[in-house]
Design a protein around this ligand. Structure first.
Ligand SMILES: [Zn+2]
Length: 731
């Protein structure tokens, strides 16, 4: 195949550009090559695979030339890797490690000697590089070629996970590419591969049974070309055997029309999220594209789903197998589906317990959460769960990959899953457990979805950021949809989109979304929550900061229509949001919290703000009524700010000027709004007991406290954040 011609590749994207590579130093060329390989999900999955170059470097102290292995380290992923994601090790030390390993009398696959080697890598580190080495390091270090790519291409795993994998490898690649049987990655696999190459120096790569591909070259660009060429050849071989309509035994069910499926999902997801979140809360990603629907609707889906996933990288996220729910979408019977899910989940957990009991070893870590992370529903698609949005997208991506692997393997012969003991030994590997233990503790709002209504500006926007800081997924909602999206975009930019490429429609979102909502209109509120459910699977916390301040007219009176608007937004709005959220909380069955924003004006009578003040007084009582209504599952509290002038949409220039004149403060109309606001804020601050301006951050902090488990025993209360106004002391 002429690899120079990108058009020759039909199954992978050829992305190398000499222009881009030119001028990069050898390590940056490795980063570049890695990013290109990771950019195509058909080449490798998120977090999967690794790349390396053996380069001549300078010894930091002596300046002497020395051979160093640069290899993608533990964590991170090829698509997004930077230089800092690569470990660097002395080649001479790695060779010494091989000697040490081979001399150990307890060596062998899954032996203690193998795990001991992992602790030795820090002794081989070049130039104090802090990046930890991955367990695949010996695969790269012990193969002699200067450049090595290890990838998880669907097409090659399909061959590696089919009954006749070894023969297919020979058929496709002849003498170019060899085969190694499945073996858990580690030192022993590295030695086994090196020995194959020592025996057959003409090999350019190896298909790794049930796992993936590894190939190498003297030149880095040629190594990239070779990776793509080998994948393309596998994909073409599968294409030639494609079963068309008969793929997965043909269709057994029809996909529901999009609108029906979405409606069903909005009803089902919160319930499902509640059912799998008994031990730990999960966030959902929905996938319902053509490929996944063809699989879930097929005759063979129940059989293949039960076999489980193959590539170890995959099933660490997807669990050993998904839950396939036997339901006939043509029946349209949602109650039957909910029952089938409940029964299916119970059976799945039981099954997982048996799997754990049957395979556990003396020193195995305790059993992990027995709930499935992938749920397949005929007619509807796939629902994947993870501890956050990014992780649930990865889970979905991996099962998409697993489906492609099964399609290819079944086209060629028969799909073979990893033996369950091998799967267990990966899932409960001491090194994996150590990796989990090394992870920083989860943040307070991790795994949770916070909906902030009013997030386009002021306290709402500040609260959105505050909850995001605590690890929440944040739904930024506002009457001004553009402002809501701007807050969500700022959050996403700050936190990053995360990894994992999957999710249909809004479900492919990141840690924050922006939505428009009119809190005075129940249909609008419901539509907003429907979107939230499709995006994340459910809700945990709702904060309402949306409100309006009706300024009196020239005559000092608030027009009648503004009275209506004040009560519609400040009272009924809070109620409608609470009432629609309640539907979700009830079916989800997990504890939640609701915070409504009221005002100190609710208890302090003032001149000129009748409509606002009385509506906020009603909002105070709404908090208490809702606390009764929503108990015991949801706590409801009120946040009563005083005049927060900073960045508030309730203090436009005219109101600032009016207030300054009301308090007899001379206002210079030529000054900019911020200066005038500062003047007013300082005046307000001087009236308080604490004497300093009340900021958005003060309010956001209180909203976060009320919503958090720190105040788990507080409900029906109003927390005043006003700097200390003795007139507003509650009594
Ligand atoms: Zn791998």
């Amino acid at each position: 195949m002429n690899t120079r011609d990108p058009k020759r590749f039909r199954h992978v994207d050829y992305l190398w550009s000499d222009e881009r590579a030119e001028g990069l130093d050898p390590v940056d060329r490795l980063v570049y090559r890695s990013n290109l390989l990771g950019a195509d999900q058909r080449v490798t999955n998120t977090g999967g695979g690794n790349t390396s170059s053996k380069l001549e470097m300078r010894e930091p102290l002596s300046g002497e030339p020395v051979k160093v292995l640069w290899v993608k380290g533990s964590g991170g992923d090829l698509r997004t890797s930077e230089r800092a994601n690569f470990a660097s090790l002395y080649m001479s030390r790695l060779q010494e490690l091989r000697g040490l390993y081979e001399a150990a009398d307890d060596n062998g696959p899954k032996s203690d000697a193998e795990d001991r080697m992992v602790a030795m890598y820090p002794h081989a580190v070049f130039d104090l590089n802090p990046r930890a080495s991955s367990i695949d390091t010996p695969l790269h270090g012990l193969l002699p070629a200067p450049h090595v790519d290890h990838t998880h291409p669907n097409a090659v795993i399909a061959i590696a996970a089919s009954k006749d994998g070894r023969q297919s490898t020979r058929e496709i690649y002849g003498d170019d590419v060899g085969w190694v049987d499945w073996q858990r990655p580690g030192f022993d696999l590295g030695v086994a591969m090196a020995e194959q190459v020592e025996k057959n120096p003409d090999l350019v790569g190896l298909v790794m049974g049930q796992h993936g591909l590894i190939n190498w070259h003297d030149d880095d660009k040629a190594c990239y070309d070779l990776s793509l060429e080998l994948i393309e050849r596998a994909a073409r071989h599968i294409e030639a055997h494609d079963r068309g309509e008969d793929t997965f035994g043909g269709a057994r069910h029809q996909a529901l029309p999009d609108a029906d499926a979405q409606q069903l999902l909005t009803r089902l997801l919160p319930r499902l999220r509640g059912m799998v979140s008994q031990q730990n809360r999960f966030v959902a990603t929905v996938q319902r594209d053509e490929k996944i629907l063809r699989f879930v609707n097929s005759v063979d889906a129940p059989r293949l789903a039960e076999l489980g996933t193959s590539c170890p990288d995959h099933f660490l996220r997807t669990k050993i197998k998904p839950l396939y729910v036997d339901w006939d979408p043509a029946s349209g019977d949602v109650a039957a589906l909910a029952q089938a899910l409940a029964d299916g989940l119970e059976a799945y957990r039981e099954d997982y317990r048996s799997y754990y009991e049957a395979h556990k070893r003396e020193d195995s870590p305790p059993m992990r959460d027995p709930n499935p992370t992938v749920i397949l529903i005929p007619g509807v698609g796939m629902i994947a769960f993870g501890k956050n949005k990014s992780e649930s997208r990865v889970t979905a991506e991996f099962y998409n990959a697993a489906v492609e692997v099964m399609r290819g393997a079944e086209a060629l012969s028969e799909y073979i899953a990893l033996p369950s003991q091998e799967a267990f030994d990966i899932e409960y590997w001491a090194l994996e457990e150590a990796k989990l233990k090394r992870m920083p503790p989860e943040k307070e709002f991790a795994r949770r979805v916070a909906v902030v209504v009013g997030a386009g500006s002021g306290i709402g926007r500040a609260a959105a950021h505050r909850f995001a800081d605590e690890g929440a997924h944040v739904v930024c909602a506002d009457l001004d949809a553009g402002a809501a999206r701007a807050t969500a975009d700022a959050l996403t930019k700050r936190l990053g989109q995360g990894i994992g490429v999957a999710g249909t429609g809004i479900s492919g979102c990141g840690p924050a979304i922006g939505l428009g909502v009119d809190v005075t209109d129940r249909a609008s509120v419901r539509a907003m929550f429907d979107e939230v459910v499709l995006a994340y699977g459910g809700i945990d916390t709702v904060i309402v900061t949306a409100g309006i301040f009706a300024s009196p007219g020239e005559d000092g009176q608030v027009p009648d229509r503004l009275w209506d608007a004040s009560f519609a937004v400040n009272v009924k709005g809070g109620y409608l949001v609470a009432d629609e959220a309640r539907r979700l909380w009830e079916v989800q069955g997990t504890p939640g919290s609701l915070v409504l924003t009221t005002s100190v004006n609710a208890t302090v009578a003032k001149k000129g703000s009748l409509a606002y003040d009385t509506s906020k007084a009603a909002a105070n009582h709404l908090v208490r009524e809702l606390a009764m209504e929503l108990a015991p599952i949801v706590r409801v509290n009120g946040l009563a700010p005083a005049t927060v002038v900073e960045g508030s949409s309730m203090f436009p220039r005219e109101r600032v000027l009016a207030s300054l004149s009301k308090y007899g403060l001379d206002a210079d109309e030529s000054q900019d709004t911020e200066t005038l606001r500062d003047r007013l804020a300082t005046f307000y601050a001087e009236r308080t007991l604490t004497g300093s301006p009340i900021t958005l951050a003060d309010q956001a902090e209180a909203a976060y406290l009320l919503a958090s488990d720190r105040l788990a025993k507080t409900t029906g209360q109003i927390l005043v954040v006003d700097g200390g106004l003795h007139d507003a002391f509650l009594r």
